[in-house]
Design a protein around this ligand. Sequence first.
Ligand code: IFM
Length: 445
Amino acid sequence: MVKFEKNFIFGLATSSYQIEGAATEDGRSPSIWDTFCKTPGKVYEGHTGDVACDHYHRYKEDVKILKEIGVNTYRFSISWSRIFPEYGKYNPKGMEFYKKLIDELIRNDIEPTVTLFHWDLPMWAYNMGGWLNRDSVKWFQEYAVKVFEELNDSVKFWTTHNEPFCASILGYNLGVHAPGHKNIREALIAAHHILLSHGAAVEAFREFGFKDSKIGIILNLSPFYPVSDSKEDIEASYRCDGLSNRWFLDPVFKASYPEDLKKIFIKMAGEFDFIKDGDLQKISIKNDFLGVNYYSRNLVKFFQDSKLNCQSVKGNLKKTAMGWEIYPEGLYDIIVRLRKEYTQLPIYITENGAAFDDVLFEGKQIKDAERIDYIKSHLMKIADLNRQGADIKGYYLWSLMDNFEWTYGYSKRFGIVYVDFKTQERILKDSALWYKDVIKNRTIK
Ligand code: IFM
């Protein structure tokens, strides 16, 4: 039996574009994801977030479900283009939705955790150069300040960016996420401006003078392991780790980019003239906590014909429906490394969860034992880590409900609540009932 401390918080997480729907309602303007979804061939079967889980209209029902599961906190993100449909034009109607949602959460004793950016960059911002334009830092800061002013003390937990790796590297280098560019220089510029906008938002947060609210950034971190003990594989693994992990951790915690990778990138992408004096000081501004999203590990080998001379290898562990290996030890390794090399700030696991091919049993039950095993094994690791003094303060399970899984559309189900996308009916999966029990007893049996 594993017990969690009284003050350990249990939560659930979602993001705006993945659940809200109401894409054109109350003045919302399109984001890069609306455009990407409508570009043929980009998203599974042309799925879009136009309706998604219709959470915009069903938020009360969804808060009721959160209450029933018993979570202490709920993490969601704000759609920037809902509250700023044009540059400089504030839309109170869009903000009203978040105010109502927060009121409903607080009425139900659920602490809101707000993420300012979960990838849905407004199209107006993209048309002005998006994250490639250094002014995006100013636009983001202005947006953040308005949200701070409007939501104010009703929110105690704030996060600036969710997974800057995805918004920059997947969106601007690999082209698999919006806006679908394939250019390494652009990706490095986008990553830099995103990180800088994090610093600018935290700076504004400090100036705002919140009394007891906290702010941090969320990084998706995943350990890389070489497939063999050969020097080539070990070095390849370190390089891959450099792009996924160190490229984001080092500026945030050490005010520098990794020198080994900088040398490689300068050859591929030209000079780093987009980094100006003072930028790294701003990026490394002190946060109140770090959010860590963890799903799986990476197994890699040396490979001559790739940019970083490093290639993924398929591992032989059990996998989720995403094809991701189930490896809770990876979470352990990441946290131990963070504590040793990067930070003593409180850590929250801001995402962890799994997609499986759920089957609706007799129209009313989802026996998702594999998901329960996944969550359980990761929570056990967290308990282990805390016993060793890791100071992990909370866990947000991804996700409250099945939703729009980016390029996979609705074909991958991460929720602990099943959504019938034809009728919008919600059904608690066995994992939701299991999580409810864990939260109630603060114990894993
Ligand atoms: O659904 C995503 C989420 O938006 C960001 N982190 C990973 C999840 C699963 O892929």
